[in-house]
Design a protein around this ligand. Structure first.
Ligand SMILES: C=C1C[C@]23C[C@@]1(O)CC[C@H]2[C@@]12CC[C@H](O)[C@@](C)(C(=O)O1)[C@H]2[C@@H]3C(=O)O
Ligand code: AKG
Ligand code: FE2
Length: 335
């Protein structure tokens, strides 16, 4: 399948100092829900503070990541190649994309985690527990954010989004990226090096946490890239394509990238990608469709979208394949 490509951001080089919205989850719920909706409409990303996830849960998985990536190359290869799950080195996805990183990509299903742990750690139980505890914690955080999204959008069913990622058949994924420090680099060559190329995440939402090494950037509407400051104790929420569709384009799915690591320290990021079951329907909710706001996307299942994602290159605009042309929705009414 061929997807449209070359969005404005792929060509833009400038960066801008703009602040990413910060949402304090300990504040009054109605205030928080409004702030979240505004951030999802304007940026497609926000930072959550006072999230309630114990540091011990985050640091245990981080420790497992550091231990794994610190192993000799041939030992790490035993957990690979990533097809798409497993250990990946420089190859991203299945269609030739490359990045300056290594990573672990795991399905969050506890049986898959337990199986994979055997090739990741000498003490698989420790890795399994650390990963499962982290997944549970960030899934709770993601659900809470999705409840607040529903509240901020005045949707009576506050579980409308969160039930998708809480379903036992959910297709959520955990990723740990490691961007090694580039040693003895020529300072003039570091500008354009890409660690993980520009893209939007296909799922409902992503919960991202990194160590204190910078690299993540977000693309604004005007094509400018803005840095996302690392904050090891907090989490960033990134809106994915599926939530963009469910809100009929009211929310933006932020295009982002990670620059190659030009720091003396290596960068490690951990992402939870919250996804629905493969059979779940992804279609604009009726409250976002009206004569003034015609339906922008045709209905599809998460399974269909995932297939499109894995048939496309990282930077492709996959959602374009599911866009309706003007008047398509009216035709559908009469066919
Ligand atoms: C090049 C690719 C890697 C990716 C699958 C794809 O074909 C296009 C989407 C990519 C992405 C981006 C967000 C997540 O990191 C990811 C796991 C996902 O669901 O979609 C990756 C995929 C991957 O690395 O396998
Ligand atoms: O490593 C990062 O900070 C971002 C990686 C990312 O966007 C992804 O894995 O989808
Ligand atoms: Fe991403």
């Amino acid at each position: 399948m061929v997807a449209a490509s070359s969005p404005a951001c792929m060509r833009a080089k400038k960066t801008k100092a703009v602040g990413i919205p910060v949402v304090d989850l300990s504040l009054d719920r109605s205030v928080v829900s409004e702030l979240i909706v505004k951030a999802c409409e304007e940026y497609g990303i926000f930072k959550v503070i006072n999230h309630g996830i114990p540091w011990e849960i985050t640091s245990r998985l981080e420790g497992e990541g550091v231990r794994f990536f610190g192993k000799p190359a041939d030992v790490k290869q035993r957990a690979g190649p990533a097809t798409p799950f497993g250990y990946g080195l420089k190859n991203i996805g299945l269609n030739g994309d490359k990045g300056e990183l290594e990573y672990l990509l795991l399905h969050t299903d506890p049986f898959s985690i337990a199986e994979r742990s055997k090739s990741i750690s000498n003490e698989p139980q420790n890795f399994t527990c650390a990963a499962n505890d982290y997944i549970e914690a960030v899934k709770e955080l993601a659900s809470e954010v999705l409840h607040l999204v529903a509240q901020g959008l005045w949707i009576p069913d506050k579980h409308v989004f969160s039930r998708q990622i809480r379903d036992v058949q959910n297709d959520s994924v955990l990723r740990i990226n490691h961007y090694p420090a580039v040693k003895n680099q020529d300072p003039s060559s570091k500008v354009d090096e890409i660690g993980f190329g520009e893209h939007s995440d296909p799922q409902i939402l992503t919960v991202l946490r990194s160590n204190d090494v910078a690299g993540l950037e977000i693309c604004m509407n005007d094509g400018l890239w803005i840095p996302v400051p690392p904050d090891p104790t907090q989490f960033y929420v990134i809106i994915g394509d599926a939530l963009r569709v469910l809100t009929n384009g009211k929310f933006v799915s932020a295009r982002h990238r990670a620059l190659g690591n030009s720091s003396r320290n290596s960068r490690m990021s951990m992402m939870y990608f919250g996804a629905p079951p493969l059979t779940a329907s992804i279609s604009p909710l009726p409250q976002f469709v009206s004569p003034q706001n015609p339906r922008l996307y045709r209905p599809f299942t998460w399974g269909e979208y995932k297939k499109a994602a894995y048939s496309s290159r990282l930077g492709d605009c996959r959602l374009d394949l599911f866009k309706l042309r003007p008047n398509d929705d009216k035709l559908a009414l009469f066919s």
